[in-house]
Design a protein. Structure first.
Length: 446
């Protein structure tokens, strides 16, 4: 974007363009989860009257996953996406230095290329987008063999016999269900009462029930104290003294920003105690001319937010029209099966607030859902009482990430529930329940 606005741009990149979102997180993990979704189709086919048969005419009830082939494919997709980004940047005239950089002043960066050559870059504007890396616990030190971070699972050549997942946030929940769907035995260790503690409680309850119904062992209120590699497996010890034996353990207990050792403190950039860079709503740091975007800022660890922060930063720095970051309009998704998509105001914000109306419509009543064999999920919508302005929503459904868009549009553009309700939807369609929820809110408002 900066290059298209007329700036001369140099990128100093160590790991590969696209960062963790492309190379080790979003792209590979969602590709792996999508593969597991295909496996789940075998489970529901019989309910729809479809039967897979072998050459002898016998029903085939099991499918197998070749993890080496799956991982090769998903990492190939990640590499291809990174190459596409590189080609687009080069076509726009962006210079790329493969290596690492350090700020020695607000207008000077020292870049050291991968072959050891040092170059001093004088600049008018610096954008720091160094991302984050998996948080490591000293009692569960990853070894890349059996004790793994989410960046190391793509090196596995065979499906874990019994995967223990420590951490029930978004990453832990997504990958736990992904490996369950591929055929692994999975135990999920959650320090909280419910999985996905930061998500809508009704949505989290649906997902946890699905986990258990599909055979996952979920240990709530169980904090892991440590893990050790026994050579042919792992043992995870809980703080209450219990021990869980498995073949592998995936440690998904958060991330830490990569902000140390790149000169930020030396030039006066303010950091939080956690190491995150302090930024305002146009991505400015405490030092004039230095901007920051992405997971290193601690502002919503989402690729879409990172990209928006970067665009806003460059627009602001180069004098283009810009609007401050609106976190209240951010849509997010948890790629479990079913997915959880959210936007805007949520249940925890609406509790006890008399000026907010809400409605929850189960998907089981939707005719398209019945045709697709969907029995879990719902659409929840919030609006302001009186004006009917849509304030937020939650969707739990297959491909909820696609279904949330009309509610996101309504939140972004301050549409009313009547405007949503009066918009035609296809019959039958899952999006029809979004319109129906809006109609129900109109009835409540009256």
């Amino acid at each position: 974007m900066a290059a298209r606005l007329g700036a001369q741009v140099t990128i100093v990149d160590r790991d590969g363009l696209g960062g963790a979102a492309v190379l080790t997180d979003c792209v590979p993990s969602k590709a792996l989860i999508a593969t597991a979704d295909y496996m789940s189709e075998f489970e529901t086919a019989a309910d729809l009257g479809l039967h897979l048969e072998d050459a002898a005419g016998e029903d085939v009830t099991d499918a197998s996953a070749n993890l080496a082939e799956i991982n090769a494919r998903v990492m190939g997709l990640a590499g291809q996406q990174s190459e596409d980004i590189t080609h687009r940047l080069e076509a726009d005239g962006v210079r790329i230095i493969r290596g690492s950089g350090r700020l020695v002043s607000p207008t000077r960066v020292v870049a050291i290329s991968s072959d050891g050559e040092e170059e001093v870059l004088d600049t008018d504007v610096v954008l720091v987008a160094t991302g984050a890396t998996p948080r490591v616990m000293p009692t569960m030190e990853p070894d890349g063999e059996r004790i793994l971070t989410w960046q190391q699972i793509y090196d596995l050549k065979s499906l874990p016999e019994h995967l223990i997942v420590v951490g029930s946030g978004v990453t832990g929940a997504e990958l736990a269900q992904g490996f369950l769907g591929l055929g692994a035995k999975v135990t999920l260790v959650s320090s909280r009462e419910r999985v996905l503690p930061a998500e809508d409680q009704d949505a989290a309850e649906v997902i946890e029930n699905v986990f258990r119904a599909r055979g996952m062992t979920v240990l709530g209120r169980s904090r892991a104290a440590g893990a050790r590699n026994t050579g042919d497996g792992v043992i995870v010890k809980l703080e209450d003294g219990r021990e869980i034996e498995g073949s592998h353990v995936l440690v998904a207990v958060g991330a830490v920003p990569q902000t140390r050792g790149i000169g930020l403190e030396d030039i006066g950039v303010d950091l939080l105690e956690s190491g995150h860079i302090v930024v305002d709503k146009v991505s400015r740091t405490s030092v004039r001319g230095v901007y920051a975007a992405g997971d290193c800022t601690g502002v919503f660890a989402l690729a879409s937010v990172s990209a928006m922060q970067g665009r806003i930063a460059m627009s602001h720095a180069l004098g283009d029209a810009v609007a401050p970051l609106r976190l209240g309009a951010v849509s997010a998704n948890v790629f479990t099966d079913p997915e959880i998509a959210t936007v805007g105001l949520q249940q925890k914000d609406a509790e006890g607030v008399t000026t907010i109306d809400q409605v929850m419509m189960p998907l089981a009543m939707n005719p398209r859902a019945k045709m697709l064999g969907i029995s879990e999920g719902f659409v929840k919508m919030f609006c302001s009482k009186g004006s009917g302005i849509v304030l937020g929503g939650v969707i739990v459904a297959p491909r909820a990430s696609e279904l949330i868009f009309p509610i996101a549009l309504a939140v972004q553009n301050r549409l009313s529930v009547d405007q949503v309700a009066d918009t035609f939807t296809v019959y039958p369609s899952l999006s029809g329940t979004v319109a129906e929820a809006a109609r129900r809110l109109h009835q409540i408002a009256e």
